[in-house]
Design a protein around this ligand. Structure first.
Ligand code: PBG
Length: 324
């Protein structure tokens, strides 16, 4: 035998030397839920280990993120006041705007990303304006652009539209540029499926739709070529980074998208993926550290340049310790 694949697996040192996939804390984005109010630090029952923070309490977790050299923080706002038109989403003193300002003031070096969507801010829980019982695409674009603008003006480095409206990147790009915010990046959720894996997030953010579902705007899980169409559209409209979401159940899509675009691609390991790994680990059925590491490796191997994960802080710690 001339070729013996096992030679490359001989020791940890040889495996490290020849590994095809390498991870670094700077590729990690940590999603954080910010709830309007003061002095709030509350557990999220469906996501043990994750919390909702009021803006004043945010520095606690940002400090850990900065210490672990995380690549960025993705902020989700949970407002006191919800209405039909998501008005608190573009309030310059809204919860997410406050959170962005505090984050940039306390940790100017940390990349701060604002999630741009309406579902946490609407009384009906949908990601857009409702017209005749349907989510109306084109009037929603104006609201999304206003939300993105107010986040960018609050100091967000990146805005991340997660609404899945057609033309969202273009609407946001023109609004930002018209307001001299040409340097604010857009990281769009270009490829986002209508997934049951978002369940725990909707509990965390109080954003479950009050009627119907999101299938008229989020993608059908049966489609993969359509992902290329969505990805290319957003890139052509000016997305600097695109997201494929969820993560693990859509590795094939991630790989296909990566091969078809020339911008950085992020994989979002969503709430349901976190909750599955967490629940099985709490039951003693899985080794949490090993499964979260393997999941992160898998998404990277499939082509992710950036990983958005609720395990970001732990993963970064392992990477800094040389354990991953
Ligand atoms: C808002 C949004 C959702 C997620 C990110 N942005 C929920 C949804 O589309 O219902 C899901 C994130 C997660 O599950 O971790 N539109």
């Amino acid at each position: 035998m001339i070729i013996r694949p096992r030679r490359l697996r001989k020791s940890q040192a040889i495996r490290n030397l020849t590994a095809e996939t390498r991870l670094n804390p700077s590729m990690l984005i940590y999603p954080v839920f910010v709830r309007e109010g003061k002095n709030i630090l509350e557990d999220i029952p469906a996501m043990p280990g994750q919390k909702r923070y009021s803006p004043d309490k945010l520095p606690i977790i940002l400090e850990r993120a900065a210490k672990n050299k995380i690549g960025g923080i993705l902020l989700f706002g949970i407002p006191e006041h919800k209405d039909e038109i998501a008005s608190s989403a573009y309030d310059d003193n809204g919860v997410i705007q406050q959170a962005i300002k505090i984050s940039k003031r306390e940790f100017p070096e940390l990349v701060i990303i604002g999630d741009v969507c309406m579902c946490e801010y609407t009384s009906h829980g949908h990601c857009g304006l409702i017209k005749n019982g349907e989510v109306d695409n084109d009037t929603t674009l104006e609201v999304l652009a206003k939300i993105a603008l107010s986040q960018a003006q609050a100091g967000a480095d990146i805005v991340a539209p997660s609404d899945m409206m057609d033309g969202h990147t273009q609407a946001i790009r023109s609004k930002l540029d018209a307001n001299n915010l040409t340097d604010t990046l857009i990281c769009s959720y270009a490829v986002k499926y209508a997934s049951a894996f978002y369940g725990p997030f909707r509990e965390a953010a109080g954003s479950a739709p009050a009627f119907g579902d999101r299938k008229t705007y989020q993608m059908d899980p049966r489609n993969s070529r359509e992902a290329i169409k969505e990805a290319i559209l957003d890139v052509n409209e000016g997305s600097d980074i695109i997201i494929v979401k969820p993560g693990l159940p859509y590795l094939d899509v991630l790989k296909t998208v990566k091969e078809n675009v020339n911008v950085p691609v992020a994989s979002y390991s969503v709430s349901g993926e976190y909750s599955m790994m967490k629940a099985a680990s709490l039951n003693g059925w899985l080794d949490e550290k090993k499964v979260m590491s393997e999941a992160a490796i898998s998404m990277t191997r499939a082509g992710a340049d950036i990983l958005i994960t609720y395990y970001a802080l732990e993963l970064a710690e392992f990477m800094l310790n040389g354990e991953l």
